[in-house]
Design a binder for this molecule. Structure first.
Ligand code: SF4
Ligand code: SF4
Length: 214
């Protein structure tokens, strides 16, 4: 008999059961829309803010007229304590023209645009929680951010699926837990499917405090 708790421990993270028990229908999956998730901005680690500010000249070159090139206006003044960030503290990006200060008029992130244009890895200066979205980490639990569930089909998951969530977000999860960690997830999923696999554990997904600010 399969335990209803399908979660998996990898290092300090608990991979929520819904990563394996929910997913996208055929043709579905994240990152097929115009970045509606970026409208409210995001919380970033203080170290990530330093990295962004160190690249400010480069980033400014990839902004447009709907964004401010005044880097002193890029982040909110208040710093908050949050143990899910490596430094233990985070700060929000500012919302200007009803969108994250780093989102351009075409719905593209200037941080990623700048990195790619300058020959860096696409996520070199992008905040972790932006990379991961719609995956979130709260209190060490890695799960699905329901912010756009039933609002954006590309960010809506269900118990009837063709691609499990952890597979749809493979690149993002490798970024978080590494190749070995991801392989452990694949083994976990295979073992769940070798027996009865009908229960879905989404209990960990209640009471979340997602990093995306919308
Ligand atoms: S993560 Fe979801 S909401 Fe954000 S751009 Fe991708 S599909 Fe759209
Ligand atoms: S930093 Fe980039 S990816 Fe993150 S919310 Fe802002 S525009 Fe979106």
């Amino acid at each position: 008999m399969i335990t209803p708790d399908k979660s998996l421990k990898i290092d300090s993270y608990t991979m929520s059961g819904e990563l394996f028990g929910k997913g996208f229908p055929k043709g579905g999956g994240p990152c097929a829309c115009s970045s509606v998730c970026c409208e409210g901005g995001v919380y970033v680690d203080l170290h990530e803010r330093e990295v962004i500010m160190a690249h400010r000249d480069l980033i400014i070159r990839h902004m447009d007229g709907t964004q401010t090139t005044e880097s002193s206006r890029w982040f909110e003044p208040d710093v908050a304590d949050d143990p899910d960030f490596p430094s233990g503290q985070c700060v929000g990006t500012q919302v200007i023209n009803d969108k994250c200060v780093f989102l351009d008029a075409g719905g593209r992130c200037s941080l990623q645009k700048a990195a790619v244009a300058e020959g860096m890895h696409k996520w070199a200066i992008k905040p972790l929680f932006c990379v991961l979205y719609p995956i979130e980490v709260t209190n060490g639990i890695v799960s699905f951010d329901e912010m756009l569930q039933n609002e954006e089909s590309c960010c809506t998951i269900g118990t009837s699926f063709e691609t499990p969530l952890f597979e749809a977000c493979r690149e993002e999860l490798v970024h978080l837990v590494g190749t070995e960690g991801y392989e452990a997830m694949e083994k976990h999923y295979a073992s769940l499917n070798s027996g009865q696999n009908s229960d879905v554990n989404s209990a960990q997904n209640s009471g979340m405090n997602p990093a995306m600010k919308s």
